[in-house]
Design a binder for this molecule. Structure first.
Ligand SMILES: Nc1nc2c(c(=O)[nH]1)N[C@H]1C(S)=C(S)[C@@H](COP(=O)(O)OP(=O)(O)OC[C@H]3O[C@@H](n4cnc5c(=O)[nH]c(N)nc54)[C@H](O)[C@@H]3O)O[C@H]1N2
Ligand SMILES: Nc1nc2c(c(=O)[nH]1)N[C@H]1C(S)=C(S)[C@@H](COP(=O)(O)OP(=O)(O)OC[C@H]3O[C@@H](n4cnc5c(=O)[nH]c(N)nc54)[C@H](O)[C@@H]3O)O[C@H]1N2
Ligand SMILES: [Mo]
Length: 828
């Protein structure tokens, strides 16, 4: 192992070969600011990363009240001490000089500084007026996948029972709504079946629209280590881009964007035809297998090859690898969730596992991935379009049970319709029925589709907009009130990663200026609004993170996401722990569904399911007759062509997504020098073939246009599949944080100028991955290559066409083998 490496140039660090069925050996990564020696660190404070859904456990180094670095926690089951580039360098953004330190209010058109009392009184008085004049439905809350559990739970209680509005959702709608929905459709309830430890045991790992290498680099390190160890797994990758995953795959299928269902139906067709199915498992644990065989009967590889533009032979090969796996692990992410027929496709991956009996044992699992670090908590706390604790809004007993936890009348909690989804909330704001929108921890003026529309909604006179953030983002610039929040490292809380692991993340340093933790802001609002329960006691009785956690435990008791066995004390010092954690499973639960399906019973399930084409919700009678015993539902889906396909005027498929070095709208990663320098500007990826045909070259400035809008960036000629353009969605208006705004001084460069306002009918997740676009040359590049990274999916088709991405001495990270690992990782 190299004792130290440039981790911009080598994002995954040194390999430690990892044999099948063995515990993953540890490697402790540490990065300290220039001039800081390990011996001079005064305190190491326990935390976990919030720059992806992996939940990498780390300690924050503190000297004289300042963060000076990070070190991976080798005791933790998730990362065994490893950290990815964003974990290693991202913390520097906390100390950026342009942090918000005082509340701002808009006066005479300008945002001016004020004190907390003035800002909060303005928000509270406007809320009271609106509720009095127009009812609770005039207020909407749009939150995040990046706050802590305690904050979401408090927000859910104050919105659903305090205000009594149905309009509360998270940016998780853009992110993992389909993960939740696919789990509800197949298993009756949210909750990740698999575990990251399945990577240690699987003989086949299939990644559907998931660039694991760039978006969860630490689990990719685990896969890479296995590829170098005894009995390595075979990878199947379904992705139109030549991602690092695709490059290591035994079979890489690069379908036309938007055709996942056709491809999956052909894979299922082959698996059924060859009899690679587990009939005992199907009979014992599922309903719906016959409908599935019927649906895929004619979906031959030749049929799918014509739709997906993938060789039929490769589809057959992939089916054989999947069909003959002895322990199959599948992961699904945005290439499915944000693409056409999102839920229908994600459900077919569940079907693959159900009909092959690939669940609930080591190596056999599904990870319907989350993307954001704390998205699982948004969902389980009911700060998205669900009720807290995975309760079913259509089941009166569940609503009554929740009302009892909160000591309110059931009618206080809106359940006349499904909780409003974010896309609909923006529509209501556009139409004027939502008159106040409180946005916390998300930057919709960069991350929602069709940005010209979003800007006009947010800046409209009729909407009173509150934005709670760390910086004066593109969104905050349009607000009426801006509340300065404390973030990771400056506040304490817990959160849950994609494989149900709960971590404690402690406060290491003070927030800047007057910035406050989101929890304190929500509690302050609840006090000012004087929310009461039915006995006239304060609705919200907790006052700090730990008491909020204890309150949430009561709400989660007896539900699938049972936290009753956890506490701050249990989470301190050791490893993260997977829920459910209770009397029966005091050390947590590695895998769900080890003894059949337990949350799909009509009286228990979170959802009665939906029609996969229209999204219409089933009622309890339909569900009971379909699934009286609460088995898993094998739900078939027919392939339907995308709503918008390339044609004469817009000949390309435009797809969008991520790069390794940046997180989302870059509010943090653009403020970390090593990360910013690795990918300083946006780019447009095009295939070698298309570039040659058009006579365009590396570095040319181009404009991408769709019916919604246009953006400009320089061209990267890559091994992308022909006919597709890829644009990273990270870049908003600013070249540099705090730079010029959308005043026309610089050409637009955000991917979402061009994306479409359209969503999956079942999960309501917007379609960021499929649009039809045209391409035009603006200016020749004069031999200067585009700034896209060379270490990732955006690597140039011709080696050497751009200088290698590297970080130099400023990106050197120490790597130390860790041998004290008993393979248990619970640290107890
Ligand atoms: N570096 C980094 N890591 C992150 C984040 C980040 O911003 N930066 N964000 C986090 C969050 S919130 C999320 S949601 C995750 C997202 O993680 P991923 O889903 O892995 O990332 P994306 O780049 O959005 O999309 C994945 C792949 O989908 C492919 N794709 C596009 N269209 C289709 C299609 O129709 N079918 C198929 N099969 N594939 C298609 C794209 O080519 C792309 O490589 O990453 C998390 N981790
Ligand atoms: N075209 C396209 N668009 C996409 C996607 C895509 O693939 N393509 N992906 C979608 C997905 S999956 C996602 S998750 C979204 C992400 O989209 P956003 O949620 O808009 O992205 P972020 O930049 O993470 O925004 C989080 C904001 O919260 C702030 N923040 C960070 N920590 C805290 C905190 O502790 N408290 C508070 N109050 N604020 C905090 C940050 O400064 C930042 O402004 O984008 C979606 N949009
Ligand atoms: Mo996401």
């Amino acid at each position: 192992m190299e004792p130290s490496q440039d981790r911009i140039a080598h994002p995954w660090g040194s390999r430690v070969p990892h044999g099948r069925h063995r515990p993953w050996p540890g490697r402790v990564d540490m990065f300290l600011a220039d001039g800081v020696e390990p011996g001079s660190v005064q305190r190491w404070v326990q935390a976990a990363s919030i720059l992806h859904s992996d939940g990498d456990a780390m300690d924050i180094a503190v000297v004289d009240g300042r963060m000076v670095g990070v070190r991976g926690r080798s005791v933790d089951r998730v990362n065994r001490g490893r950290l990815g580039p964003k974990d290693l360098f991202g913390w520097q953004a906390n100390a950026s000089p342009d942090r918000l330190t005082r509340p701002l209010v808009r006066r005479d058109g300008r945002l001016v500084e004020t004190d907390w009392d003035t800002a909060m009184e303005l928000v509270a008085s406007r809320s009271r007026e609106l509720v009095d004049d127009h009812g609770p439905g005039a207020i909407g809350f749009y939150t995040s996948g990046q706050l802590f559990l305690e904050e979401y739970y408090t927000l859910a209680v104050l919105a659903r029972a305090g205000i009594g509005t149905n309009h509360l959702d998270g940016n998780t709608r853009l992110c993992t709504a389909t993960a939740a929905e696919a789990l509800k459709e197949s298993f009756g309830c949210d909750g990740q079946p698999g575990s990251y430890d399945d990577i240690d045991h699987a003989d086949v790992i299939a990644l559907f629209g998931h660039n694991l290498a760039e978006t969860q680099p630490v689990q990719w390190m685990r896969v890479l280590d296995r590829l170098e160890g005894q009995d390595p797994p075979r990878l199947v990758c379904v992705d139109p881009r030549p991602t690092p995953v695709a490059r290591r795959a035994a079979v890489h299928l690069a379908p036309r964007p938007g055709t996942n269902v056709a491809l999956l139906n052909a894979l299922l067709h082959e698996i059924v035809r060859h009899g690679w199915v587990d009939h005992d498992y199907i009979a014992a644990h599922t309903v719906g297998f016959d409908e599935l065989t019927d649906q895929v009967k004619d979906c031959t590889p030749q049929w799918a090859a014509a739709i997906c533009d993938v060789p039929a032979r490769l589809i057959g090969e992939a089916a054989e690898v999947l069909g003959t796996a002895e322990a199959l692990l599948s992961t699904v992410l945005q290439g499915v969730y944000q693409s056409h027929q999102a839920t229908a496709a994600a459900v077919q991956v569940n079907n693959l596992h159900l009909i092959r009996g690939m669940l609930g044992r080591p190596g056999a699992g599904v990870l319907q991935m989350n993307g954001q670090p704390t998205a699982q908590n948004t969902r389980e706390c009911g700060a998205n379009g669900d009720l807290p604790g995975f309760r079913n809004w259509q089941n009166d007993a569940h609503v009554a049970d929740l009302a009892a936890v909160w000591n309110v009348e059931p009618d206080t909690i809106p359940h006349y319709a499904p909780p409003t989804h974010a896309m609909q909330m923006f529509r209501y704001a556009e139409q004027g029925s939502i008159r106040m929108l409180w946005i916390s921890g998300t930057n919709p003026a960069v991350s929602l589709p069709e940005l010209s529309r979003i800007r006009s909604i947010l800046s409209g006179e009729r909407l009173f907009t509150v934005v709670q953030d760390l910086y004066l983002t593109e969104t905050a610039q349009l607000a009426d009130v801006v509340l300065p929040a404390a973030t990771w490292g400056e506040k304490t809380g817990t959160f849950t990663n994609a494989d149900r692991t709960v971590h404690l993340c402690a406060k290491a340093v003070e927030p800047p200026g007057d910035a406050k933790p989101d929890l304190e802001i929500f509690l302050d609002y609840a006090r000012r609004m004087d929310f009461r329960d039915k006995d006239d006691r304060p609705l919200i009785s907790w006052h700090d993170p730990e008491s909020a956690f204890e309150a949430w435990k009561r709400c989660s008791a007896g539900r699938p996401c049972d936290y009753t066995g956890l506490s701050y004390a249990v989470l301190r010092d050791g490893s993260g722990i997977q829920w459910p954690c209770n009397d029966r499973a005091p050390n947590g639960t590695e895998r769900l569904y080890t003894h059949g399906i337990n949350w799909a019973h009509p009286d228990v399930c979170e959802s009665y399911g939906k029609d996969l084409v229209t999204g219409a919700a089933n009622d309890v009678v339909e569900y009971r007759s379909l699934n009286p015993q609460g088995k898993a539902v094998v739900k078939a889906a027919e392939y339907l062509p995308p709503h918008e396909s390339p044609g004469e005027e817009h000949p390309f498929h435009l797809t969008t997504g991520r790069t390794l070095y940046h997180f989302h709208t870059r509010t943090k990663t653009a403020r970390a020098p090593q990360l910013d320098a690795a990918a300083p500007e946006p780019w447009v990826e095009i295939s070698d073939d298309d570039a040659r045909q058009l006579g365009y070259g590396e570095g040319d400035l181009v404009e991408v246009t769709t019916p919604r809008g246009a953006l400009q960036a320089r061209l990267r000629v890559s091994d992308l599949r022909p006919g597709v353009l890829f644009v990273p969605f990270h870049y908003g208006y600013w070249d540099t944080p705090g730079g010029s705004g959308p005043d026309g001084s610089t050409p637009p460069r955000a991917a979402n100028e061009a994306t479409v306002t359209d969503w999956d009918p079942v999960s309501k997740q917007p379609m960021f991955k499929t649009a039809a676009a045209s391409l035009r040359l603006v200016r020749r590049g004069d031999g200067r290559p585009s700034p896209a990274p060379t270490t990732t999916a955006s690597a140039p088709a011709v080696t050497g066409a751009a200088p290698d991405t590297a970080g130099g001495p400023a990106a050197h990270v120490s790597q130390t083998p860790d041998t004290n690992w008993d393979g248990r990782g619970d640290g107890r």
